[in-house]
Write a protein that binds this ligand. Structure first.
Ligand code: ZN
Length: 317
């Protein structure tokens, strides 16, 4: 029983329209689900991903209008990275400039070309030239031609005051292996699974003050587990190791448990099934506001409360 990589990353934004425009238009991700925050149905929950919403390609946002900006620091995710096809960095540099996003081409890092920039809330995003996994299905109907399109998550980097215990959790419990290191960055890789989002970088930063999670911050990262039976076993295992683990939660598109890892980042384990096509056909993903069955009765009220948005052309259909 090993973790097979990242399932999704969830972050906080301050403006739903700006968030949609940046991820669905500029970055050309598919809006695979438009729903509400189940704990706060007056606000949206957006899911962006590949053409079919494959686990490992998903970045989700709670866009809370007017929320204040987070402070980047230790004990949190310091960058969310996507894989782009080899040789596509030039296309992306041009596209970022076209949209007036200031980028930074990082000197080769662990042998890879990295473009680094911030989203409208200041959240650090990286595009890394890497061999794409077969598991990601390019979204060719969007504003970015399929040959250049984002192929799912590459990695997240977590900046921690002390990374030793987190490294132990990854290698001794999750089944990750040390892969590479450079300076204060150590890369771990999930050996099992389809290869999307298989990397996790830990950055040791003992002198960096703890961050404050708000707009522009990653709220949590989720790892993949194959099914409900495995999740139950994982929960038992983690509780046995002394972690405070949440009960299993039904997130409609996956089932989740949450716990805080020793370095301070909120971790989730999410099941691959049932997936994003369980309430919408592949060709309709993201086209309409989806609500869980227990909220359908309140739909008129919810739709009235939600901020008005325009989904960028070609972002869904
Ligand atoms: Zn999550």
């Amino acid at each position: 029983m090993n973790i097979t990589g990242l399932h999704h990353v969830t972050a906080i934004a301050s403006n739903p329209q700006r968030n949609l425009d940046f991820y669905a238009e500029l970055l050309g991700l598919r809006l695979v689900k438009r729903t509400v925050n189940f704990d706060d149905p007056g606000s949206y929950h957006f899911y962006f991903g590949d053409a079919v919403g494959s686990p490992g390609t998903i970045l989700t946002f709670f866009p809370w209008p007017g929320s204040r900006r987070g402070i980047h620091g230790s004990g949190e995710v310091s960058a969310t990275a996507f894989t782009i096809p080899m040789g596509s960095a030039g296309y992306w540099l041009e596209r970022l400039r076209l949209y007036q996003v200031s980028d930074e081409r990082v000197p080769k890092r662990l042998g890879e070309d990295v473009l680094r920039f911030a989203d409208p809330d200041g959240m650090p995003i990286e595009l890394i030239e890497s061999t794409p996994s077969d598991g990601a299905v390019p979204w060719g109907e969007g504003p970015v031609p399929a040959e250049y399109s984002i192929r799912g998550l590459h990695s997240v980097s977590a900046r921690l005051q002390s990374s030793e215990e987190t490294a132990k959790l990854l290698t001794e419990v999750f089944g990750y292996r040390w892969a590479q290191e450079s300076g204060n960055r150590v890369r771990f890789v999930a050996l099992a699974g389809g290869g999307i989002g298989k990397f996790l970088d830990l950055i040791s930063a003992c002198d960096v003050q703890p961050g404050r999670v708000a707009a522009g911050s990653v709220h949590h990262i989720a790892f993949r587990v194959s099914n409900d039976e495995e999740q139950i076993a994982w929960r038992k295992k983690l509780v046995g190791l002394g972690y405070q683990v949440s009960p299993i939660m039904d997130r409609t598109y996956f089932h989740s448990i949450y716990f805080r890892e020793p370095g301070g980042v909120l971790f989730e384990l999410a099941t691959d099934p049932p997936g994003f096509t369980q309430d919408e056909a592949v060709d309709e993903l993201g086209a309409n506001l989806r609500l869980p069955p227990w909220m359908e009765q309140a739909r008129p009220e919810i739709e009235k409360t939600l901020p008005k948005i325009t989904v960028p052309k070609k972002a869904t259909l």
